[in-house]
Design a binder for this molecule. Sequence first.
Ligand code: HH2
Length: 277
Amino acid sequence: MTLTLDCNGRPLVLGRPCVMGVLNITPDSFSDGGTYLPADAALVRAKRMWEEGADIIDIGAESTRPGAPAVTQEEELRRLLPVLEAVAAEVPLPISIDTSKAAVMRAAWSLGAGLMNDVTALRADPLALETIAGLGVPVCLMHMRGTPQNMQENTHYRDVVAEVKDFLFERVAQCVAAGIPRHHLLVDPGFGFAKDLEANRTLLRHLDDLASIEVPLLVGLSRKRMIGELSGVESASERVAGSVAAALWAVSRGACIVRVHDVAETVQALRVWRGLS
Ligand code: HH2
């Protein structure tokens, strides 16, 4: 049976691998910081991703790259709300919000956002669990240790696959206990979040082990440092082909949604991959 997520009235059909287009409205994101900070540029980018075949757009107003400074709630809302309002009015796709703050989740929901993407798996804000349960909005729970400020000091694992799986199992159980329906949940191993190249590779090789959580899997590999390390390409914006290769690897091992900066290239690759499978 095909699972359809109701994202605030906009359906996200998970019957085939879906493409989540990244829209960073930050001055400091690792690969596109500053580019889409002006609201008009962000809207143009969102429309473009829709035309290119994205299934959902993920808007982030706070960078989570290693070492990125935390952003206040006021600043996050100031960046996010005008862009979200414009995108929700002009692009019919479901909209995800990359945030860890309950107040941002609530404000975004009231403007039409339909999925919350929390890199802290609803642990950073003590009100986040009850906010998600109360709104009835789907949520993506991601694995990370520490915070973006200190996570790369904490990359040693005894068994990274078991640890990430146990963490996600436990967060899913906590969400269900708090009243969030299981069919509103997505999980993400968090590539590059408190993980070095070896940990990322091990997780990718064993991605299908995470199927036992029985919650759809989202992965974000696009342009990340590991793509640079594996390909030898220094500049993040030039890691497109490597990112597409990694996305195909991930969907062939069970990922339902790939979070990407390069929508057209990923959509084309996935169409060919599906046509051949
Ligand atoms: N990666 C980033 C941000 N949010 N969310 C999920 N669920 N999974 C990810 O892998 C993930 C994420 C980092 O990428 P990006 O948004 O491009 O950079 P920055 O955090 O610097 O804005």
